[in-house]
Unconditional design. Sequence first.
Length: 157
Amino acid sequence: MSKPLNILLVVFMTSLLGLGCSEKDNAFRNQFRWLSGKWEGSNEGTELIEQWIWNKTRFEGQAFEIKGGDTLLVEDLFLDEYNGIPGYAAIVNGDGPFMFAFKGEKDGVYEFQNEEHDFPSIIRYRYDSDSSITISLMSKESPNEANLSYQLKRIQR
């Protein structure tokens, strides 16, 4: 095989591989596209903020809890595919990452679970509407009952 033909074959194969990744990324991106944007709410006097953006192959987010002008909690959040399975990772005030496997979606409720993590061991995002989501956190002792639940409103896309 001639050298120009080898180069052409490599370029062709690389472009095919790139298309496959792109289709995978697009399917994953479309599944969680609703999450993008800036969300705000409050729970018992604490201001809650989550911001999510798509960055090349994954969603990246930050979450903040602010009370009386003091930042109580900062989370770096990642929603990515790990071996073809969506996963949620959180770095909380510099600790972690804490990984949660995607368990599925039913009726707009997206559930992530880590049985080894005490609290939360289950994180649920419920897509209420284009402008509202509800986040529920459960412990492994009470997996069917939210220990903490709050609603966020979209304030920016």
